[in-house]
Every structure is written in structure tokens, then in C-alpha cells.
Ligand binder design. Sequence first.
Ligand SMILES: NC(=O)c1ccc[n+]([C@@H]2O[C@H](COP(=O)([O-])OP(=O)(O)OC[C@H]3O[C@@H](n4cnc5c(N)ncnc54)[C@H](OP(=O)(O)O)[C@@H]3O)[C@@H](O)[C@H]2O)c1
Length: 284
Amino acid sequence: MRILITGAGGRLGGELARQLQARQHTITGVDVGQMDITDFERVQQTVAEVRPELVLHCAALTAVDYCAEHPDEALAINGYGTQAVAQACQAHDAALLYVSTNEVFDGRARAAYQEYDRPNPPNPYGYSKWVGEQLVRDLVARHFIVRTSWLIAHGGQNFVHAILSAAGAGQPLRVVTNEVASPTYSRDLAAAITALIETGRYGIYHLVNAGHCSRYTLARHVLDLAGYTGTPIEPITLAEYRRASCPPPRSILRNFAAARLGITLRPWQDAVAAFLEAERLREP
Ligand SMILES: NC(=O)c1ccc[n+]([C@@H]2O[C@H](COP(=O)([O-])OP(=O)(O)OC[C@H]3O[C@@H](n4cnc5c(N)ncnc54)[C@H](OP(=O)(O)O)[C@@H]3O)[C@@H](O)[C@H]2O)c1
């Protein structure tokens, strides 16, 4: 398949480009330097030139606290920018896969969220991503919406890197116990997305590693696996952790739809162990 990836320099976009190339798809990856998604003309021109059968739309403003402080910028990139990508897909008859987030849900449900549950974003990042979802649904008939959570990727910064570097530097660790979701390894997510697009079964999907945990449990698990078993972590609540954004407290995504297609992801504990092992092998 001829595929255009937006946000190809990012954590998920880069992994997708690698895995799809290995499966003989023809990949064109673009980032903000080649195609700013808020530039309508540029997006139209790029899609006209590449003539993709599918656009994998990974570009986004993902720093949630920055989004809370700059809600219009979040909306301009994640909402309006996604509109430009969707309109280019419409004009050039390309299918569209939009990557979305657990943060479209408010996190107040006791049960896991199904693909078909009604979003109610609790913060400006989640709101901007929900706007993007609606534009994709309204403008492109052949679309996938893939929601995921707590991405753990090689390169760049993520929660696991932050915990390990704080422990390595001997800094005190304070981690919240009442924010719960599913950690998701970027390689597992990219493999699941690859399998999903090859089915051609458009729709809404939740793709996360199986199971869920609190940030505190994840941090403890990572430290124990990495040999910091004696390093203490002070348990705190979301109310004690001052930050600009307000995350959903309990946003567990249930993979109902993709499982029907035989697409499931391994338990998060195995994924974290695989991630740490791959990081160890990457060390010089
Ligand atoms: N990370 C997570 O935990 C998580 C969880 C759930 C869902 N998601 C979703 O998954 C997708 C991929 O996330 P990720 O973690 O791979 O994000 P990422 O590493 O932040 O990558 C996003 C990419 O988009 C680019 N970008 C930003 N503004 C742009 C613009 N105006 N035009 C074109 N490109 C632009 C960024 O370029 P610069 O770096 O140069 O700005 C970056 O390369 C996003 O849609 C995100 O909302 C992520």
C-alpha cells in the first residue's frame, strides 16, 4: 500500500514507518518541516503529489500541560490541522487513520471504556483530539480512529524514562496512585495498527497493552525490573500533584473491536519488560 505518515519524526510515526517498510509498504514520512498540518495548501499539495491510498495521521501537539496552557494552539494543530488532513484525503480519495487518546474520556467511569462510549474530554488536549476525531468521522468515509494511552517509545521522553533518570540521579520520587490507564509499547501499537490497516475494516478501535495499572504501580514495576528495588517511591494523589493539565483519573480502554479481528496486545508487564530489554540492547 502507498502510505503517507504525518508526524513521522515522532515516537509513534517513526516506529510505524519502520514496521510498515519492513512489510513492503511504500512509505512517505513527513514532519512539520515538510508539511505543517495547519497549512491547508501545503497539505493538499503533498497529498496530491504522494497520492497515498492511506494517510496515517500521527502528527499532533502531544504535550498535555503545554496544551492546557495554550488551548488555542492545541485546537489549531489537533483540530484544525486534522481538518486539513481530512479534507486532503477527501479530495484525493485516500483512507485516513487518526491516532487518538484515552484523554477524550473524563475518566470517571468505573468500568473500562468501549470504543462506542461517549467522549467527554476533561482537558484542552483531550478536547482538541476529540475535535479531530469528529472531523475525521464527518469528512472521510473510509477512516480508522485508533485510541491509545500512555505510550512508551524508544527515543524522546516518556514516563518510564523520567522515572529511570530520576532514580539514576538519586532524586526523590513522588508518583500518583489514583491515575489509572494502560501503558502501551510503541512497537506493539505499531504492529497492531499495521495488522488493522491490512484488514481494511474501518471503524473505531482501542489499541493498548492488556491490563491496567496506576502510575505508581507502573513506576514500581519499572524500578524493580531495572534493578532499583530498594529505591523508595512516595505515593501521592492527583490532588497533590500540581500540574497545568487535569488527566482523566481512570481511563482504561477496552479493546473490544480489534479483538474481533484477532488483533490483541500482550499484557503491559510483558511489554514494559520488552521495552527495557530493547533499551538495554540499544545502549552503547
Ligand atoms: N504519547 C502518548 O502517550 C500518546 C497517548 C495517546 C495518544 N497519543 C497520540 O498518538 C499520536 C502520536 O503521538 P507521539 O507520542 O508519537 O507524539 P510525538 O512524539 O509528540 O510526535 C508528534 C509529531 O507531530 C509533529 N507535529 C507537531 N505539530 C505539527 C504540525 N503543526 N504539523 C506537522 N507535524 C507536527 C511533531 O513535530 P515536532 O516534534 O517538531 O513538534 C512530532 O514529530 C498523537 O496523535 C497523539 O495524540 C499519544
